[in-house]
Design a protein around this ligand. Structure first.
Ligand SMILES: [Zn+2]
Length: 161
């Protein structure tokens, strides 16, 4: 007899399904969602199937198969990092050329105007506060580490006058 409480058993619930038996027998068969197969509705048979190589392999394949959602997430992440990269380059441009960060807004508007068909460009945002923060916290920090690294490996000549 196929027992309904098997469906709530933690070991079985992900894969066990009742399958209607043949017309001659009214008894439900125990089906496996992972293996696409059916077995006699006996606890020992079900437990053996759970441990079988076939079932374990199929379970691994199904669990490791990436869901379509995951792909979307990673695309978004790449987009996000492209947007951040773009904002960092622009903030760096202002800093490198000693331009005022108050130009940020104008710069972004000009670029969006010039490149109307880019997803990335349409999503970048950079105002005075943000470009200051990027230069101080991102570029500044990186350059400081970079400089520290160079100073460590360089000999200096100190000239006292
Ligand atoms: Zn199975």
């Amino acid at each position: 007899m196929f027992r309904k409480d098997w469906l709530h058993n933690n070991d079985f619930k992900n894969w066990l399904i009742p399958i209607e038996g043949h017309k001659t027998s009214k008894e439900n068969l125990a089906g496996c969602r992972f293996c696409n197969s059916q077995y006699k509705s006996e606890l020992t048979v079900i437990k053996n199937h759970l441990k079988s190589r076939k079932h374990l392999t199929n379970e691994q394949l199904i669990i490791n198969e990436p869901e379509p959602n995951h792909v979307d997430v990673s695309v978004d992440e790449t987009d996000n990092s492209k947007i951040k990269r773009c904002e960092t380059i622009l903030a760096g441009f202002l800093a490198e050329n000693n331009l005022s960060f108050t130009l940020s807004d104008k710069l972004i508007r000009t670029i969006k105007n010039a490149v109307p068909d880019s997803q990335i460009v349409s999503k970048i945002s950079l105002d005075r506060t943000k470009s200051t923060a990027i230069v101080t916290n991102v570029i500044g920090k990186y350059e400081k580490e970079n400089l520290t690294e160079r100073v460590k490996n360089t000999y200096f000549c100190v000239q006292l006058t």
